[in-house]
Design a protein around this ligand. Structure first.
Ligand SMILES: NC(=O)c1ccc[n+]([C@@H]2O[C@H](COP(=O)([O-])OP(=O)(O)OC[C@H]3O[C@@H](n4cnc5c(N)ncnc54)[C@H](OP(=O)(O)O)[C@@H]3O)[C@@H](O)[C@H]2O)c1
Length: 361
């Protein structure tokens, strides 16, 4: 999933003032660009406090963008998402009542009062950005716009789950501590690729924290999905293929049960890398797997997720989430929570289904 954080602040970093009315920080030119940015996303997320204070509808106003979504078989408005611990959400909020959109409320616990108005997804424990991203991605969301407020912006940024940050600053607006509400100060990291522009007086910084690696990823992931067809189908396993790509360009492939009836594809590729003396070079490497790496094993001492973490892989790329057929896999979530860059390309999932057609019978 590509994740963009977008927000507007005063010159002193405030997202809002302390009054009850909504403070308009953006100029019309900037706001028009924000709406264009929204139109390119699958989903939009704001924190529960923003819903309570501003009651935003979070709609797509552009008729062309709405039509495009409908032509793609989607509902016309962006999927709306919020997060809450308290569950203090009023079903009369525009989040629930306006627009034709799917709605997800992420919460640490069940929220029966909200269930008639939105899909409630409970983490049954601390709610992390990794959990939100993984669960949205499982439901087909490929791009997410996080529009604030400060707490949710921090939640995604601190978890390393922001690919692009768009910060629009109105230099003419100063609030000071007495008047300022939620504050969010963003300093792009040195390695970010930054551009600036002026939109009707707003100073807009776009910082790319993680470049889009789709093109290269699809090449290696296609190779991984092809490896899966070398596996002999059996009733108790998925046929999976994997490719490890080291930073120096060396690659190692593997497929399920290639050398042992208990080995997964990732283990087979890993064993080849270790046999070639590349153990130390696995740190920072990428592993491409046709399916989400497993998070639980009974026939091996470590899951593939544990192995990936132990050897210090920086990136994990796969095409299909593991279905809840044998176990409930939490590989992607656990990897993201450990800071690994996880990318999923469902456009290659068809090949994964084909390699595993024996399990659908
Ligand atoms: N200028 C802009 O671009 C912009 C954009 C958006 C918002 N804003 C402003 O930002 C202000 C709100 O910012 P804020 O930082 O106070 O609040 P916020 O980020 O909008 O929402 C915070 C709330 O989200 C929930 N939450 C956050 N992290 C969570 C987690 N890990 N697990 C579960 N729930 C979690 C909690 O809801 P519960 O309290 O329900 O538990 C928390 O109180 C408003 O004044 C709004 O106007 C400005």
């Amino acid at each position: 999933m590509r994740i963009t954080l977008s927000f507007a602040t005063t010159a002193d970093g405030y997202l809002d003032d302390r009054s009850n009315r909504r403070l308009m920080i953006s100029t019309p030119e900037d706001w028009a660009e924000v709406l264009r940015l929204r139109a390119r996303q699958d989903a939009i997320l704001v924190g529960a406090e923003t819903l309570r204070r501003d009651n935003p509808a979070l709609l797509l106003h552009n008729p062309d963008a709405r039509l495009r979504r409908m032509t793609d078989g989607l509902r016309p408005d962006l999927t709306k998402v919020t997060v809450t611990r308290s569950g203090r959400l009023d079903p009369a909020m525009k989040f629930f009542t306006e627009g034709d959109a799917d709605r997800y409320v992420f919460s640490e616990r069940e929220l029966p009062a909200i269930e008639p108005f939105a899909t409630v997804i409970s983490s049954h424990g601390p709610l992390t950005a990794a959990f939100v991203v993984t669960e949205l991605e499982r439901r087909g969301i490929g791009s997410l716009l996080v529009e604030g407020g400060a707490e949710v912006l921090r939640m995604f940024l601190d978890a390393g789950l922001a690919d692009v940050v768009r910060q629009a600053v109105n230099p003419a607006l100063h609030l000071g501590e007495a008047q300022g509400g939620a504050q969010f100060l963003f300093e792009p990291p040195k390695e970010a690729w930054c551009t600036t522009e002026n939109l009707g007086g707003m100073e807009v910084l776009t910082a790319v924290l993680h470049p889009d690696t789709r093109k290269e990823d699809l090449v290696w992931l296609t190779r991984a999905t092809q490896e899966a067809f070398r596996c002999t189908p059996c009733d108790s396993c998925y046929c999976v293929g994997a490719v490890i790509v080291l930073r120096d360009g060396r690659t190692f492939t593997g497929y399920t049960h290639e050398t042992s009836p208990t080995h997964h594809a990732e283990q087979e590729a890993l064993a080849k890398a270790l046999a070639a003396g590349a153990g130390a070079d696995l740190h920072g490497a990428a592993i491409y797997s046709s399916m989400e790496p497993c998070s639980k094993r009974s026939s091996e001492p470590e899951s593939c997720t544990q192995l990936i973490l132990r050897y210090g892989f920086a990136r994990v790329v796969f095409a299909a989430y593991e279905p809840d057929c044998f176990v409930q896999c939490q590989g992607a979530q656990q990897l993201r929570e450990a800071g690994v860059d996880v990318r999923v390309y469902p456009e290659l999932a068809q090949a994964v289904r084909k390699a595993n057609a024996h399990l659908e019978r």
